[in-house]
Design a binder for this molecule. Sequence first.
Ligand SMILES: [Zn+2]
Length: 93
Amino acid sequence: MRGGTLYQRKAAAARVRHRAPQPATYSRETIFARWGYACCYCDARAEHLDHVVPISKGGADAEHNLVPSCAACNLDKGAQLLADWAPIRPPSL
Ligand SMILES: [Zn+2]
């Protein structure tokens, strides 16, 4: 939007920020099928979809941020970033 008073422009920006969440546009079945219904973390049978970057940390509720996971991995990871939950360690010798 161009023009308008500063108040009008701020009000328009606020409407964008506070817009209601959009309905999911991804298919759970498509994501599960892509990964062979296996948990991407431990290979057990996947029952949940995990947000790789948690929504609470700014992740999107979108297909590119979702992977199938088993209940145990999803509940254990919770709202942690992958790097915090499963830090990469050098292999032990
Ligand atoms: Zn798992």
